[in-house]
Design a protein around this ligand. Structure first.
Ligand code: PLP
Length: 382
């Protein structure tokens, strides 16, 4: 075949793959890709092993195992004081990625516009494009990455179908506030839009900041999909198990797509996670403090460096401004950092449609203390 017309001609290898490959080639400390260095809890591993040994190895119901759906409904009630129905509102998915894909394909029709905020997680735009839609980008800038809702309002037109938000936010570690959610709610209700809320870091917020889930805002939730990932919550990103919560009608439409994308999600993991939620609820209540300590280890160790540390209120990412150290653009700087300094980080410009001149990089602190201290020692030498 000499010519093949790509459906995603502009898409290149993701920056996460590129930096992780470079980290291993140069034997650098890898603070680039966002995955934990430590293992998933023993109880969860044992539960999954037991499920496999006892022959629970066939398809789960397409929408998810009833016991896991129930546990997620209880979790939502505990966290956000919101009652949802397991069978009507929750669907278990193969990672948040599948949930986002399905939500986007449920909502987006040919030529619909979807508003996203840059820096944006990289799976949103290809999914919107493959659904026939167009992303309209709102640029957020360092150091605070605040949303100007007037700018969002001006972008809304008769083709606007949905707004995708992500809080706690990857890559910046910022949180949307109660005021942000209220402004979003006003725009969504007034213009009859939909929301996809990517909340995969929902249990990782610091310094007593509260995660403002869309699930706390009934009028907003009426027009929303809320997405989460057990991979983030239980340090098992490789299992790809997540869930999506939405009103009944949206859930019904979502499930039509879900059944022909994956049909159902890995049964033993659903059994294990259900049992983990039931028997060890403290894992979730302790998660913020667990990650806050890691954030503090890294940021304290970097205090004497020439990097400017930007505030991280949630997620497991910390942004550093390197203006005082180098004039290189952020991609060149990350390449240099990996090859010459021995620390791999992620540049922020690939998260922007219209690029950015901010000299900011992202470090992942979901690592052991020794790894964080070894990386900080190298960075302090610059
Ligand atoms: C903001 C955001 N959304 C979605 C995902 C995908 O989650 P999953 O691995 O469960 O598909 C990630 C993973 O890094 C993420 O950071």
């Amino acid at each position: 075949m000499s010519v093949f017309e790509s459906k995603l001609p502009e898409l290149k290898t993701s920056i996460f793959t590129e930096m992780s490959l470079m980290a291993s080639e140069y034997d650098a400390i890898n603070l680039s890709q966002g995955f934990p260095e430590f293992d998933t809890p023993e109880f969860l591993k044992n539960s999954i092993q037991n499920a496999i040994e006892s022959g629970k190895n066939q398809y789960a119901p397409s929408i998810g195992l009833p016991s896991l759906l129930e546990q997620v409904a209880l979790l939502i009630e505990r966290q956000y004081a919101t009652k949802v129905k397991a069978q009507d509102n929750i669907t278990i998915t193969s990672g948040a990625t599948e949930a986002l894909w399905g939500a986007i394909h449920t909502l987006v029709r040919q030529d619909d516009e979807v508003i996203i905020f840059d820096p944006a997680y990289d799976s949103y735009e290809p999914a919107v494009e493959l659904a026939g839609g167009i992303c309209r980008h709102v640029t957020l800038n360092a150091p605070d990455y605040q949303v100007d809702w007037d700018v969002v309002s001006q972008l809304i037109n008769k083709n606007t179908r949905a707004i995708i938000i992500n809080t706690p936010h990857n890559p910046t570690g910022t949180l949307l506030s109660e005021k942000d959610l209220q402004q979003l709610q006003n725009l969504v209700v007034e213009n009859e839009l939909y929301v996809i809320s990517d909340e995969v870091y929902e249990f990782m917020t610091f310094d007593n900041f509260r995660h403002e889930s869309v699930l706390r805002y009934p009028k907003l939730f009426e027009r929303a999909f809320v997405v989460s990932s057990f991979g983030k919550t239980y340090h098992c990103t490789g299992w790809k198990v997540g869930y999506i919560c939405a009103p009944k009608l949206l859930t019904q439409e979502f499930r039509k797509i879900h059944q022909y994308v994956t049909f159902s999600t890995f049964t033993p993991a659903q059994i294990g996670i259900s049992s983990m939620l039931q028997n060890h609820p403290q894992h979730i209540t302790e998660l913020s403090l667990f990650y806050q300590e890691k954030r503090d280890i890294l940021s304290n160790a970097l205090k004497k460096s020439r990097f400017k540390i930007l505030p991280s209120k949630g997620t497991y990412f910390l942004l550093l401004d390197y203006q005082a150290i180098s004039n290189l653009n952020d991609i060149e700087f990350c390449h240099w950092l990996t090859k010459k300094v021995g620390v791999a980080a992620i540049p922020l410009s690939p998260f922007y449609k219209n690029t950015t001149k901010d000299k900011v990089i992202r470090l992942c602190f979901a690592k052991n203390e020794s790894t964080l201290l070894a990386a900080a020692e190298k960075l302090c030498q610059l």
